[in-house]
Ligand binder design. Structure first.
Ligand SMILES: C[S@@+](CC[C@H](N)C(=O)[O-])C[C@H]1O[C@@H](n2cnc3c(N)ncnc32)[C@H](O)[C@@H]1O
Length: 202
């Protein structure tokens, strides 16, 4: 199973949420792609943080597509069911846990509320095909995935992300992943203290 957890790198996801809030004011929809989502903690965490930032009314415009290569064909069902053991939820703020998770009839298993799950869909997708399944995203989150690729694959995947972002849209990578010089004309750093990049040009 891929390593991931709820509220991983909360600082960066909160930054992104504020940036998206400003950028999408007046938009009729907000499209987010979480690429390499594993079994859902990251896209669900971001959905909760974004809902807190923009409020439940604006959040109804949000669509998050979580994708992963999903070698064992498990992530789609896990993400759709949205039931996670309490042991995986201990790092999250108590108020968020109370608001967005409800107990199930199974001991120590909690289900994410429909306000959040209804914005989420999962697609099995291999980033290395370099063929996006959609376009016009306002943000792409791709964390702790690029490090598994060869340098030239990283460059091509980042170029693909650039192509399917809206002008001014955001790309997020993990802290340890520098923007390759071959792609630096495509993005500018959006904040000094997180790996959030803003698409340049159209
Ligand atoms: C370490 S997990 C990161 C999960 C989450 N993004 C996070 O940061 O917590 C890496 C994920 O990348 C996925 N992955 C690896 N190669 C991929 C590819 N070519 N296309 C799509 N996903 C891939 C793996 O299946 C795994 O779920």
């Amino acid at each position: 199973m891929a390593f991931t957890f709820f509220f991983r790198d909360r600082h960066t996801l909160e930054h992104l949420s504020r940036l998206i809030s400003d950028y999408t004011k007046g938009f009729s929809n907000i499209k987010i792609w979480d690429a390499g989502s594993a079994m859902g903690p990251e896209p669900y965490t971001f959905a909760m943080i974004l809902s807190e930032t923009i409020g439940p009314y604006a959040f109804r415009k949000v669509q998050v597509t979580a994708s992963d290569i999903d070698e064992h064909d498990k992530y789609g069902d896990i993400i759709k069911e949205a039931v996670y053991p309490k042991s995986e939820l201990v790092r999250m703020p108590e108020d968020i846990f109370e608001k967005y998770f409800k107990p199930t009839d199974k001991t120590d298993m909690y289900k994410i509320v429909p306000e959040i799950t209804s914005c989420m869909k999962f697609l099995k997708h291999d980033l290395l095909t370099l063929t996006p399944f959609d376009s016009n995203f306002h943000a792409i989150i791709c964390k702790n995935v690029l490090l598994h690729f060869q340098p030239n694959q990283r460059i091509e995947v980042i170029k693909m992300f650039n192509q399917c972002l809206e002008p001014g849209g955001f790309l997020v990578t993990e802290q340890t992943q520098p923007m390759p010089p071959e792609c630096s004309h495509l993005f500018e750093k959006a904040v000094p203290d997180a790996n959030i990049y803003r698409k340049l040009g159209s």
